[in-house]
Design a protein around this ligand. Structure first.
Ligand code: SPV
Ligand code: MG
Length: 426
């Protein structure tokens, strides 16, 4: 009987080095290639430029490949145990303990690991380098939110980022849950956190140029799509210019809220005076923004403040329908209630009319609700809007106070990252 062979590949970009190893593997027997899922590739290299389906298509047409399967876990254990190939083929360039782990699984049934030398070629290195840089480029990043909305059958999970470091946390954090790799799908550049990080109140005081600087800082070190909290969008005459700037930068979406005048943070609710825009005027702003937009990738999402401002469910729904008719690419419904009931009701009633328009929520006050539950009510994007800055501030504050208390820093050490780790963090 012909021997069976397995090798795994990201396959976003194929060069002669990949072909050489596939040819050699195919000579050993019937070759199955495991193509990394989007989630796994995201973990290794950042947001993939080509989808899993496209990468599969390419690999299945390479001479010598008998079968293509999805490799959707980080390790090799699951796939090897399922396939039980006679040979697992790998280059002699290894990541940490992968080799050891493969050998352990193979040993269980007598499979063999075959290593071929990694093709060292300057042009392949340059190619790899260029393609990794491409992930940071505006054209590669901008459309990723729309694509993720189409591809994923669960709500997107979005984390707040307000500088390069928090961007990296949103980009790199993951947990393995059984076979699933759980990570964030996009980043939210919150007005509250961007302002707070600069020591300023969340009243549209931090101007657009400064917000763009924050976005740039995040973009330089990440690949995931960015959703900008655009506050009220400002004057329509300014909004149309800002849309194009954001598109050019590679931002995927802006969310603007239907308020006018001196905007304050929504979580104040009716404790402070805040004024909601008229439906007509806000629709005009949406229409102007959509008309100014240059690419098909970018999204303008309208945020409804009716529940925050106690204007009632009917007002929220009337506005949602009007904003969609004006061209909004999605609706964000906000609430500061402790229970998610009004959000659920809004989503159910909105979905009776519009099945596909993306719905966005920010479960800060009703944080007991699960992603799964929100997904069942038709929510497509869940934003964890302020959690990195809220967690960082108490830690920093505590350390500052401890130094004052003890007139030295030794007592604060246990709350600080070791020097060696901070030096090598990036
Ligand atoms: C933000 O993060 O700045 C938001 C969401 O606008 S909220 O703070 O809940 O209003
Ligand atoms: Mg905000």
């Amino acid at each position: 009987m012909e021997k069976t062979v397995f090798l795994s590949i990201g396959a976003e970009f194929i060069h002669g080095g990949h072909i050489a190893i596939i040819e050699k593997a195919a000579e050993l027997g019937e070759l199955t290639v495991g193509v990394l899922s989007d989630e796994v590739l995201m973990r290794y290299k950042g947001y993939p430029i080509l989808t899993y389906e496209e990468r599969c298509k390419v690999v299945s047409h390479i001479k010598g490949v008998s079968k293509v399967i999805k490799k959707d876990s980080l390790g090799y254990e699951k796939v090897i145990e399922e396939l039980r190939p006679d040979y697992v083929v790998h280059s002699d360039r290894w990541r940490s303990r992968t080799k050891e782990r493969i050998q352990q699984v193979l040993k269980k049934y007598g499979g063999e690991l075959i290593e071929f030398p990694y093709t060292e070629k300057n042009e392949y290195e340059i190619f790899d380098m260029r393609t990794s840089r491409m992930r940071h480029m505006p054209e590669a990043r901008r459309g990723k939110l729309r694509r993720a909305l189409q591809l994923l059958d669960r709500p997107l999970r979005v984390l707040e980022a307000h500088n390069g470091l928090t961007g990296l946390i949103a980009e790199k954090s993951y947990v393995e849950k059984g076979e699933e790799i759980r990570q964030f799908d996009a980043m939210w550049v919150s007005s509250l956190c961007d302002s707070t990080a600069k020591g300023k109140p969340d009243i549209e005081l931090v101007d657009m140029t400064s917000r763009e600087n924050t976005i740039n800082e995040i973009m330089e070190v990440t690949t995931k799509p960015i959703i900008l909290d655009g506050d009220t969008g400002g004057l329509t005459e300014h909004f149309v210019y800002n849309i194009r700037t954001l598109e050019r930068m590679g931002v995927s979406a802006i969310i603007i809220e239907d308020k006018v005048g001196l905007k304050k943070n929504s979580l104040f609710g009716t404790e402070v005076s805040q004024c909601q825009d008229t439906v007509e005027h806000f629709c005009e702003k949406i229409r102007a923004g959509k008309a100014a937009q240059m690419t098909r990738d970018f999204m303008i999402i309208s945020r409804i403040e009716s529940l925050i401002l106690k204007q009632g469910m009917e007002d929220a729904l009337t506005r949602a329908f009007a904003y969609v008719e004006a061209g909004a690419d999605g609706i964000m419904i906000h609430s500061k209630e402790k229970e998610p009931d009004e959000i659920f009701e809004f989503c159910e009633r909105f979905r009776e009319r519009y099945k596909e328009i993306p719905l966005v929520v920010v479960p800060t006050t009703y944080n007991q609700v699960t992603e799964d539950e929100l997904g069942r009510y038709g929510v497509n994007i869940i934003i964890y809007a302020n959690h990195l800055i809220r967690s960082a501030f108490p830690a920093m504050n505590k350390v500052a106070h401890m130094i004052l208390e003890h007139e030295r820093s030794m007592e604060a050490s246990e709350y600080c990252m070791p020097i060696k780790e901070i030096l090598t963090l990036i």
